[in-house]
Design a protein around this ligand. Structure first.
Ligand code: NAD
Length: 674
């Protein structure tokens, strides 16, 4: 059966797409639409056309698997132009999400009607490209330049109500009467001429408008090519005829789609989806039921972890050792929710509902009815073993026992219980209520259904989960270690903290190694003996320079936490340079890249070879969602693919650094990780 069918409703021809799950505009759909329009053109008794979709949604975008294969004719630009060129009115009947190509189909129709729950958007920018079927030309003509730039460079969809206000929808339909309302609309406008063709409209504009937009959004768009290309396309075409504009759009589309950034962003799109699959766990494995979650420790992590579940409507019991710590932790959670409510992102009722589902307690026995218990106490094996030993006696049979440890062995923790199969690592990232990544640490004995349950649950709390094997620091933190080590050495050899950090922020990272140390706390892992000063870190800690929390670390901070280079730190570094007699030289940016970023790739290669990560793309997902690696560079392993494993090996060798065997092998064979 064809994915596109046509049916007469009186004078109106209804063209319906039924291409589950999301009516993606693959070849068969495009061909069917073209034929439907031809049928309408060739039949005098057809007075108007409605384009509608069955299932969950209107066309929710292109079929992105076609991107790499090349698109078969008719391409979407041909189809949308055929729709608009028809000499009878065409009405788009929109429900669900009209995204990307779907939104462009709607824009090419002469009229648009949608249900109140519908959404419309042009998210192409998220894949590093731009709307390539007339979207950059039609949208500004319909909703004005600033609004169109906002939608196309931001990529987020707008609601039907907003679309109606902006003029993108002509009408709102009844939630349950879309088709009838669309047919009625089509009958109403059947004789109206001239047909309102969006490509023929004109729009107001001037150069200042574009400059303003660039300035206002500079921070959000930093490093990304596609949003700037979108602005350029619109700026150079808004006052030109449509035919000229689409040519420019096409050129830019081709340029972007062939580029590294789009390849990186598309890689991330697929990598994220792949990450949820565990090679040896059947997809239909029976999951454990998680109705109530327990959290042990209401510190930095415990509070944030609890919020994830509360926000998803899952009740939480949180345990602390002392009333004061419990009150403080719960207080911070409430404050976080209230500030989100103040920004209008949740309602006060939602704040109360979330906090109402929280049961604070000082008694671990209260965890007896929890289906999943996550430990977030101090990072000490002895403390964790003690907690898990107690949990073993309290938790009900079948409960999942998880640890949020950053570095420690899940196997050793599991061994302190009589049920190691139920034990798993759930490594959240700080702030845990915000950061998207969840490293799910698979112990040697972790049961498959435990893993699968945690992976499924991660979707409910809107995390991106990646499975890691057991090793010191798992995937993410383990790769930080060689980076921090080299960054420290660079200081000793002549670099400054701000020089190293700037190379990282210019690369697109949210912060560099020293800014990160200041944020996380320079004192983490410090031996706490101010008289023992063996390295720069010891010296900073001994002087109370523990980072942002103390107003001083590798940088000085003002009241607004704005950093500035610290003369005192320069003295400390200088002191150490003299003491150790480290060779000084001019450190170049190229050297900083080679010495701090290439070792991460090498460590990633080891992680892959050891089977700690299932696939290279999982490593990329960890670094993008856990540490802010710029998505347009596709993650560390994908980035290595783009610059070539050989370049990485040469760089490491130049500075006498370790080269992982798998990395060397890739370089020699000219192979990629991804
Ligand atoms: P924290 O010191 O802020 O909080 C730990 C809390 O646990 C304290 O409030 C303490 O009173 C409580 N606690 C200790 N023993 C307890 C017990 N037996 N019963 C009940 N409560 C107990 O520490 P944190 O930063 O939240 O770290 C917790 C864990 O999360 C550590 O394993 C850490 O490595 C890991 N982690 C931390 C971060 C981070 O950035 N802070 C990120 C990822 C993982």
């Amino acid at each position: 059966m064809s994915v596109i069918t046509t049916e007469r409703h009186g004078d109106v021809l209804v063209i319906t797409s039924d291409n589950p799950p999301v009516n993606a505009l693959g070849h068969a759909v495009r061909l069917g639409l073209q034929e439907g329009i031809q049928q309408a053109a060739g039949d005098d008794s057809v007075k108007a056309v409605v384009i509608a979709c069955k299932g969950r949604t209107f066309f929710a975008g292109a079929d992105i698997t076609e991107f790499s294969k090349g698109m078969k004719e008719p391409g979407l630009p041909t189809v949308v132009d055929a729709i608009e060129a028809l000499d009878k009115p065409v009405v788009a009947a929109i429900h669900g999400t009209a995204l990307g190509g779907g939104c462009e189909v709607a824009l090419a129709c002469h009229y648009r009607i949608g249900v109140p729950s519908a959404k419309m958007g042009l998210p192409e920018v998220k894949l590093g490209i731009l709307p390539g079927a007339g979207g950059t030309q039609r949208l500004p003509r319909v909703i004005g330049i600033p609004a169109a730039l906002g939608m196309m460079t931001g990529g987020s969809p707008i609601s039907a109500k907003q679309a109606k206000q902006a003029g993108l929808l002509d009408r709102l339909a009844g939630e349950d009467s879309l088709l009838q309302d669309a047919i009625a609309f089509a009958n109403e406008v059947a004789e109206t001429r001239p047909l309102p063709r969006t490509s023929e409209r004109t729009v107001e504009g001037n150069d200042a408008m574009f400059e303003e937009f660039r300035t206002a959004n500079a921070r959000k768009m930093r490093g990304y090519e596609a949003p700037y290309e979108i602005i350029d396309v619109v700026q150079s075409t808004w006052d030109k005829p449509y035919a000229e504009g689409v040519q420019r759009e096409r050129q830019s589309f081709m340029k972007l789609i062939m580029g590294t950034q789009s390849a990186g962003l598309r890689h991330v799109f697929f990598a994220e989806r792949k990450a949820s699959k565990i090679d040896d766990v059947p997809e239909d494995i029976k999951l454990r039921d998680i109705k109530r979650v327990g959290v042990i420790g209401a510190g930095t992590m415990g509070g944030g972890i609890s919020m994830n579940f509360l926000s998803a409507g899952i009740p939480v019991t949180i345990v602390e050792m002392q009333q004061e710590a419990l009150d403080r932790g719960v207080g911070i959670m409430r404050k976080n929710y209230e500030s989100t409510a103040k920004k209008g992102r949740i309602t006060q009722d939602q704040v109360e509902a979330a906090m109402g589902a929280l049961t604070p307690t000082l008694s671990m026995e209260d965890l007896a009815d929890c289906d999943l218990i996550i430990e977030a106490v101090y990072e000490s094996m002895d403390v964790k073993k003690d907690v898990f030993g107690k949990l073993d006696k309290i938790a009900k049979p079948g409960a999942i026992l998880a640890s949020n440890t950053s570095y420690l062995s899940i196997d050793e923790i599991a061994a302190s219980t009589s049920r190691p199969g139920d034990v798993v690592g759930m490594h959240f990232f700080s702030p845990a209520n915000i950061m998207k990544l969840l490293e799910v640490v698979r112990g040697e004995k972790t049961d498959k259904d435990v893993l699968a349950t945690v992976m499924a649950l991660s979707k409910k709390i809107r995390k991106v989960a990646v499975v890691s094997g057991v090793c010191y620091g798992f995937i993410g933190n383990r790769m930080l270690i060689p980076r921090q080590l080299e960054a420290q050495k660079l200081l000793m050899e002549g670099a400054t903290p701000s020089q190293v950090d700037k190379v990282h922020t210019d690369f697109g990272m949210p912060m560099g190694p020293f800014q990160m140390a200041d944020l996380a706390g320079v004192d983490i892992g410090w031996h706490r003996d101010p008289s023992r000063i063996e390295n720069i870190r010891d010296a900073l800690c001994a002087e109370d320079r523990w980072g942002q929390k103390k107003g001083a670390g590798f940088y000085d901070y003002d009241e607004k936490r704005q950093p500035s280079p610290s003369p005192r730190v320069a003295e400390i570094i200088d002191d150490f340079r003299k003491k150790t007699g480290a060779q000084q030289h001019e450190v170049t940016d190229e050297e900083i890249v080679a010495r701090t970023l290439y070792p991460m790739v090498s460590e990633g290669a080891k992680i892959l070879a050891e089977g700690i990560a299932q696939r290279a793309s999982d490593i990329d997902v960890v670094w993008i969602y856990g540490y802010g690696w710029p998505p347009y560079r596709g993650g560390p392993m994908f980035w290595a693919d783009t610059i070539g494993a050989r370049t990485v090996v040469e760089g490491l060798e130049k500075y006498g650094l370790e080269v992982a065997p798998l990395l060397r092998e890739k370089a020699e064979k000219g192979e990629r990780f991804n």
